[in-house]
Design a protein around this ligand. Structure first.
Ligand code: C5P
Length: 233
């Protein structure tokens, strides 16, 4: 894992590839902020959470136990997935909405705690590091995968704000949802993501912290772009 960033340079070519990492807990708004920052700068986007969701979905469909580390790592290493814009395909099937369902989200946080699964996904994540630049969204982008990123941001929001956002997202996608259950699930997932031994959810020491509880998406995007401009200057 020590030469992870060298690998990033290999994928990006001889020139430095600018990388912005946006980490944070579930429903902190990082996915939307990352998408808009990437679009604004014309950069590639890595939604690393989608990879863990894909492994979970493939595992659930294949009847693999969610603690069977070796089988899940094998699945992760050979995951037949493809990204096209914000659409995600598994074995040719568009699973963009399916991977956002709550059961897949819960399962993804369990498979993400398994070190062999995380290791199996490293190379795939590094391949996103291409010119003209990358915005990488996840939990360990700034701490483990891109430790030398040009800008690291850690987005947070209160659990109330996050449960409200998750509720709206699910209802908008046509799923049923209960706000109290969502809140409980978020708290459980936060605890699992921050307490796990492998790549726990935590800000990198050099990350800028951004609390989005009372911010609009546009305000969050504006702040990240300002930090990026300052970092480049
Ligand atoms: O970001 P998202 O909610 O889609 O991520 C799904 C799950 O994948 C998270 O609950 C987390 O456990 C895991 N994850 C991770 N490391 C990442 C991205 C996501 O452990 N870089």
């Amino acid at each position: 894992m020590a030469n992870v960033f060298e690998n990033c340079l290999n994928y990006g070519g001889a020139l430095h590839v600018p990388v912005i990492t946006i980490d944070g807990p579930t429903a902190s708004g990082k996915g939307t902020v990352a998408q808009r920052v990437a679009r604004h700068l014309g950069f590639h986007l890595l939604d690393s959470g989608a990879l863990y969701r894909l492994v979970a979905l493939a595992g659930l469909r294949g009847g693999v136990a969610l603690d069977d580390e070796a089988s899940l790592a094998k699945l992760a290493a050979a995951l037949p997935c493809r990204f096209s814009g914000t659409a995600v395909f598994l074995d040719g099937e568009d699973v963009s909405d399916t991977i956002r369902a709550e059961d897949v989200g819960k399962a993804s946080s369990r498979v993400a705690a398994l070190p062999a699964v995380r290791e199996a996904l490293v190379e795939r994540q590094l391949r996103f590091c291409q010119q003209p630049g990358l915005v990488a969204d996840g939990r360990d982008m700034g701490t483990v995968i891109f430790p030398d990123a040009d800008l690291k941001v850690f987005l947070t929001a209160s659990v109330e704000a996050r449960a409200g956002r998750r509720y709206k997202q699910l209802i908008d996608k046509g799923f049923s949802a209960n706000i109290l259950d969502l809140r409980k699930d978020l708290e459980e997932r936060d605890a699992r993501d921050s307490q796990r031994a492998a790549a726990p959810l935590k800000p990198a020491p050099d990350a800028y912290l951004l609390d989005t509880s009372d911010l609009t998406i546009e305000e969050g995007v504006k702040q990240v772009l300002e930090w990026y401009r300052a970092a480049k200057a």
